[in-house]
Write a protein that binds this ligand. Structure first.
Ligand code: G4F
Length: 337
């Protein structure tokens, strides 16, 4: 029988990779999108443009229980991947209220709707290494104490606890992934990796002159999103629901990321990167490094990309985009002469 999955956040980096993965496994894939996205498909559906004839989209808002209830009542899903969230940590300091509202209530609404209508549906919650925050131990595992450092991190701890509570209180199959940073050429430009690779490419082609960043000494365990969505799927195929750390087990500084990304285009980052205090956070997560032994042993999950390969792929994609941008700019100025 064809398996049917619902992905919230299907238009994002992870949602688009997960949709591709599930389609390749023969799933019928449904995605939840905001109504505004349906009205602006060229921009909002960029990452899933190539999938639009293969997936079914439903309009709903994480802020509206009735809209989520309606979608869940429409189709018989056997798996639900709840990825939608306000996921930019810096933005959560600017507007903590809306981050909390979307991330906590959105998760609660999804769980409540499933409990009411599809209690047998398996649920995946996108937990985050931001939950470890000011880390209590290194490396971080499934048993490391949480100490979130941002409204975003706090909202993810709440979502994680709600997911665990639905599992324990109602016997539902609810699992959380404690995913460390995961990147790729579909990453949003506001996140540091994509900001670095896209600006390095633009500087190389003469389209930008410098790159303004905040804390260069922060350390992150960066993996590739394509690898991490495989882990999400595996978590819902186990006999029992559980929580898993997904990480590479390597950590690198933002500075090192800059060095490698600029190195890919033959430039020395020290000549272009400037510190701008606007990009410092009121409270920082200094060091993240995950121990994914449980995922390796129980799920049989392994990351395929190395750190260097991921950066190479991102820079190559951004060089291609910058070339198109440069071509368009040249065409525009030539047509004005
Ligand atoms: O790329 P970032 O914004 O990612 P961050 O805050 O680690 O969060 C990401 O990973 C989490 C998993 O741990 C996810 F849950 C979350 O949704 C998101 O995907 O920042 C990475 C580091 C930070 O220490 C930040 O202070 O880079 C530092 N940084 C330095 N300059 C900067 C900048 N970050 C951004 N976004 N922009 C800068 O200019």
């Amino acid at each position: 029988m064809t398996k049917r999955a619902l992905i919230t956040g299907i238009t994002g980096q992870d949602g688009s990779y997960l949709a591709e993965h599930l389609l390749s496994l023969g799933y019928e894939v449904h995605g939840l999108v905001r109504r505004v996205a349906l009205e602006d498909p060229a921009r909002r559906f960029q990452r899933i443009a190539h999938l639009l004839d293969k997936v079914t989209l439903h309009a709903a808002s994480l802020e509206s229980y009735p809209s989520l209830f309606h979608v869940v009542s429409q189709v018989e899903f056997s798996e639900c991947y709840h990825l939608a969230a306000q996921s930019f940590v810096a933005e959560s300091f600017t507007d903590g209220f809306s981050t909390m509202n979307t991330n906590i209530n959105g998760t609660h609404y999804m769980l409540a709707a499933l409990r009411e209508l599809r209690p047998k549906c398996r649920f995946y919650f996108a937990g985050s290494s931001e939950m470890f925050g000011k880390v209590a131990e290194t490396p971080q595992t499934e048993t490391t104490r949480f100490h979130p450092r941002s409204p975003y991190g706090i909202s993810k701890v709440a979502g994680f606890e709600l997911t665990r509570n639905y599992r324990e209180a109602y016997g539902m199959y609810c699992s959380s992934g404690l995913l460390f940073n995961h990147e790729g050429p579909r990453r949003g430009y506001e996140f540091v990796t994509r900001k670095i690779t896209s600006t390095a490419a633009r500087i190389k082609l003469g389209l930008a002159e410098e790159l303004k960043l905040g804390n260069l000494e922060a350390q992150r365990d960066w993996g590739h999103a394509k690898d991490y969505v495989r882990a999400m799927h595996l978590m819902l195929q186990q006999e029992r629901p559980d929580d898993y750390v997904v990480a590479t087990g390597e950590t690198h500084t933002v500075r090192e990321f800059c060095e490698r990304a600029f190195g890919e285009v033959g430039l020395d980052y020290r000549e272009y990167v400037k510190i701008d205090e606007r990009f410092l956070r009121p409270a920082e997560v200094d060091l993240l490094i995950g121990d994914a032994r449980k995922a390796r042993e129980e799920l049989g999950w392994e990351p395929e990309y190395t750190f260097a390969e991921m950066i190479r792929e991102m820079v190559a994609a951004d060089l291609e985009a910058a070339q198109l941008e440069g071509g368009r700019a040249a065409h525009f100025s030539a047509s004005r002469v």
